[in-house]
Design a protein around this ligand. Sequence first.
Ligand SMILES: [Zn+2]
Length: 475
Amino acid sequence: MRKLLLTLLTLTVMISNARSDVAAQTRRQRAERVDLLVLGGTVVTMDEGRRILHDAGIAIKDGRIVAIDTAVAIRSKYSALQTLTAHGKLIVPGLINGHTHIPMTLFRGLADDLDLQEWLTKYIFPAEAKNVTEEFVRVGARLGLAEMIRGGTTTYCDMYYFEDAIADETAKAGVRGVLGETVIDFPVADNKTNAEAMAYVERFVRRWKGHELIVAAIAPHSPYTVSEEHLKAARAFSDRTGAPIVTHISETKREVDDSVKAKGASPVAYLDRIGFLNDRVIAAHMVWPQDGETSILKQRGVGIVHNPQSNMKLASGVSPVPRMMQEGLLIGLGTDGAASNNDLNMWEEMDTAAKLHKVFSGDPRVLSALQAFELATIRGAQALHLEKEIGSLEVSKRADLLIIERDSLNQIPLYNVYSDLVYATKSNDVQTVIINGRVVMRNRRLLTLNEGEIKRSARVFREKIAQSLSLPTAP
Ligand SMILES: [Zn+2]
């Protein structure tokens, strides 16, 4: 009798196991296959309603977000080869660095504590003339890309020479970029004449057309280094190809005064007069817009990138960012090159932006933590004219996102998400970085770049640059 009961019991257990196996299998079969799931954690969406979702999940397929819901709902609807868990962590949109000259990481600390004119003409232009090669650009770009991924930057907007090589390094690293090849009216490392530069840009834009990470752009350096004829040609090229235009406008008071003297108009009025401004232009700085110029910038749909640390370091002035935001202009945030910052750290840049405008206006409410975080995410996307693709965590947008630790001493305790992100979180707190659905850093380990090799080759360049300028050997 006991033996019979035992057999019956064993049979019942076997049947119920088989049933639950079948149920799990059916669930798996019914579940939609995606590439990557991020489960648990608090999602800071930066969508229209600025929703914050607790214990949430994100499903990612073909580089895009296909669903955001509760972790339970995502787990039951989707299955993936790779799943990242983010319990107790923050999931935020990848940061957007709206203005860089990425290879200038190799000039970090070369010349500091000078104003823009002296810094550019006595140090940076000569150092570039003696050192910039395609190899220099590749090594500097890899150094900058590694620094940016570690700090949670998933998209950057660049202007430099040999930009095609920068695009190549950027695509290999799996980072998103709006990358502008420089057009400037003096011979530079990659192109000696405007005709050469325009031919380069033509090939460059054609090569990267339709790439999922790279947007190739034309970058006339500024209205004071590029003639009216060449600015108009850049605009015509952009009209024909759809390529964005990356430039610097109204960075210093001197630029405005010189422009008024030489052209009878301040930079924005002059550029508008020659028909240069439109909604493909991305203009760094805009520290000194004159009366009435912000309405021109708004009408034309120009994207503006605020670089508070670079502007402070070169004593260029304080851009009227809170007023321009209020007027509805498209404004993002950038670091500028590492030679005038001296890093590519967007956490510092957000913190600086919020605090600079408070002290400058005497009003602590003038730029909030939420607004500073917007500048580095959704507003940054608007400034690069990419808001349909990036800048927030929403279904159908590109899957560019960060998992942020919340366990560092500098983050404890936590009362407000945006305050925590802008005033307390540091780049070391970025744990995992996903760009276009691909994990490029996992648990602080870079997966697309070789950090040791990057440091070695950057140090080799340091010696070459020092020798070319007769600087002492490494301190
Ligand atoms: Zn710049």
